[in-house]
Design a protein around this ligand. Structure first.
Ligand code: R5P
Length: 307
């Protein structure tokens, strides 16, 4: 039985990097949008039996971000179409890698009358024919509990820390932008080095307006700060964290995230707030995606093989 990586439209470069790490062939996809807005995607094979009996690994992030055109909704529909096509064509297994899980932040009921859509999204992927599911630094791991197939939340932290460690940090301290990210920040600090401390803000977001308020005192004077978050979207959270770090006497402040959605004027906000550098992964294609997830994803796929 052979194995292939199927290149989702949103993650072609990452898919190729993963395939190279695994030493396997890639299969392209074809995609377009019909004039009425409907999405179309297919696995680019000429023969219905081309992938029968093969292990397929699909890589497709689902962020709108700055990557090649397409909303997160279009990305999701493309993914479901590709997964279902592979299952229908009798692939032996369809392992699905979704580095950025769209709707991952809609993981609970914040206001009456809401749907927990993060759970619906992963259920849809499973129903399409996925036999295993992988995501990276998902906003809330509880979403994986909605699945009945094996599911993994891969950590980007070893890869991000390796990059940060090339910066010769001075007395580094990791700043967690909210209480929910403290656990993750401690893991990240451990990857950065021995005895790297973690400081945290209190962050409250108004569920109606989306406005955030951050408070807290930080012991960061004369230290290099790494603010680590799962997502930078509008840059509101990160720019507040940078500003407060700077006001608290930080030297350089590195704005680090797994998923650099960087919508609207996020980049300007981050640099205006005083960021030394904005660092993200190739979960989303952007000029700030300087760290590849290929290694940690390939490792997760390989470890899963061993189980
Ligand atoms: C929220 O809890 C997340 O972890 C991020 O902090 C948030 O999604 C970032 O969004 P924004 O960049 O719009 O503040």
């Amino acid at each position: 039985m052979s194995r292939v990586v199927v290149l989702g439209p949103a993650s072609q470069a990452l898919g190729i990097r993963v395939a190279r790490k695994l030493g396997v062939e890639t299969v392209d996809t074809e995609f377009k949008q019909f004039p009425d807005g409907e999405v179309y995607a297919r696995v680019a094979v000429n023969d219905e039996a081309a992938l029968a009996g093969q292990e397929a690994i699909v890589v497709q992030s689902c962020g709108a971000g700055r990557g090649p055109g397409g909303s997160q909704n279009a990305r999701l529909v493309q993914l479901v179409m590709i997964v279902n096509a592979l299952a229908r064509m009798d692939a032996a297994s369809v392992r699905v890698v979704v580095p950025y899980l769209a709707y991952g932040r809609q993981d609970k009921v914040f206001r009456p009358g809401e749907c927990i859509f993060a759970h619906q999204v992963v259920t849809m992927i499973e129903r399409a024919g996925a036999t295993a599911f992988y995501t990276v630094d998902v906003h809330a791991e509880t979403v994986l509990e909605a699945l009945s197939i094996p599911a993994w939340n891969v950590s980007s932290m070893p890869a991000l820390a390796e990059y940060l460690n090339t910066k010769t940090l001075h007395a580094p301290v990791v700043v967690s932008p909210d209480k929910g990210a403290v656990k993750r920040s401690h893991v990240f600090a451990d990857y950065l080095g021995e005895d790297v401390p973690v400081e945290a803000f209190y962050k409250a977001r108004d569920v109606v307006t989306g406005e955030i308020e951050m408070t807290g005192e930080l012991a960061v004077a004369d230290r290099d700060v790494v603010v680590a978050d799962d997502i930078i979207s509008t840059g509101g959270t990160m720019s507040s964290a940078i500003e407060i770090s700077k006001q608290s006497g930080a030297r350089r402040v590195f704005a680090v995230c797994t998923h650099p959605l960087l919508i609207q004027n996020a980049v300007a906000r981050l640099y205006s707030a005083g960021a030394e550098e904005v660092i993200g992964t190739d979960s989303i294609d952007s000029e700030f995606s300087v760290v590849s997830l290929a290694g940690v994803i390939a490792d997760a796929l390989t470890n899963d093989d061993a189980q």
